[in-house]
Design a protein around this ligand. Structure first.
Ligand SMILES: Nc1ncnc2c1ncn2[C@@H]1O[C@H](COP(=O)(O)OP(=O)(O)OP(=O)(O)O)[C@@H](O)[C@H]1O
Length: 280
């Protein structure tokens, strides 16, 4: 059997005195397309950040493309990983062209200059996200969705074996969402492992082979992509989620994103997850 792209066992992360991830054990096969679901604050971003060595692991361990990360070792095989974080812009106030931003994905400690082949690779990656004709334009004039496509191209330019996308559908238009779906389809054909943090399956639902759902830092479901309730993607929909920690993980059961609320606590989504840009 081949090495899994990601494997965690007992992964626990404490931040600011809070147990943000609690005993997370999961496995993602090489070439698999998996989505992480869960309400705001359930630990999705923290999980991907822990897998990428961006937050310290308190206990347990993670293995990424065969490299072990634990509380003492945080080495991540970055040359083999592409990462698009949640809601950042591609410009950051710098008047760089799309091609320059994408080519910066090739820089490393060993490689400090980008030559002609790097520019060609950057243009090929921009073509993959449907922006080949905008390579020489400044990203400052791009829409939020177009900037995100530039960042996806920057993650793709190294031809990563593992691509991690954190909430890629947040705040983007239909064209960019369709472009992303096309990119993920292509990556799956190439055998790239794709881990996507999602709040709604949206256009990416059919491209996800398996869903992992978190609640309060624990895995509560692994299996088919949960079906949203009718109207869930309507901007006027009142998103509420249960907020209990004692349920065991379910395997292969379709929970639905809007499971019935238990008595007592409820967790309300913020506007950011209804497609608007903003802090989480
Ligand atoms: N550096 C930190 N210090 C303390 N608490 C933190 C820190 N980072 C995250 N948290 C807390 O950890 C919990 C999980 O946050 P995380 O961003 O992983 O959730 P999420 O599922 O990605 O949420 P969202 O859908 O809103 O992006 C939240 O309650 C958050 O406030």
């Amino acid at each position: 059997m081949s090495t899994p792209a990601i494997r965690t066992s007992g992964l626990t992360v404490l931040l600011g005195g809070h147990r943000v991830l609690n005993d997370v054990s999961l496995e993602i096969a090489s070439g698999e397309s998996v989505a992480l679901f869960g309400a705001n604050g359930s630990g999705k971003s923290t999980l991907v950040r822990a897998l990428l060595g961006l937050v310290p692991i308190t206990a347990g361990r993670a293995e990424v493309l065969g490299t072990v990360l634990g509380s003492r070792t945080q080495r991540v095989p970055w040359q083999r990983v592409g990462y698009v974080p949640q809601r950042i812009t591609a410009s950051a106030g710098v008047p760089a062209t799309a091609e320059e931003v994408v080519a910066s994905g090739l820089l490393s400690f060993r490689r400090l200059r980008i030559g002609r082949s790097g520019r060609e690779q950057a243009r090929a990656a921009l073509a993959e996200v449907g922006l080949a004709d905008r390579a020489k334009e400044s990203v400052q004039i791009f829409s939020g969705g177009q900037q995100q496509r530039v960042l996806i191209a920057r993650a793709l330019v190294r031809e990563p074996e593992l691509l991690v996308l954190d909430e890629p559908l947040a705040g983007i238009d239909h064209d960019s969402a369709d472009s992303l779906a096309g990119t993920i389809t292509m990556l799956r054909q190439r055998g790239t492992t794709v881990l996507t943090v999602l709040h709604e399956p949206g256009v990416l639902g059919p491209l996800v082979e398996r869903a992992i759902m978190l609640r309060e830092g624990r895995v509560i479901h692994e299996g088919p992509v949960p079906a949203p309730e009718p109207g869930h993607e309507d901007p006027a929909h009142d998103h509420v989620h249960p907020h209990v920690s004692s349920e065991p993980a379910t395997h292969g059961r379709n929970l639905g994103l809007d499971a019935p609320l238990p008595q007592g606590e409820r967790h309300r989504e913020d506007a950011a997850h209804r497609g608007e840009q903003g802090a989480s």
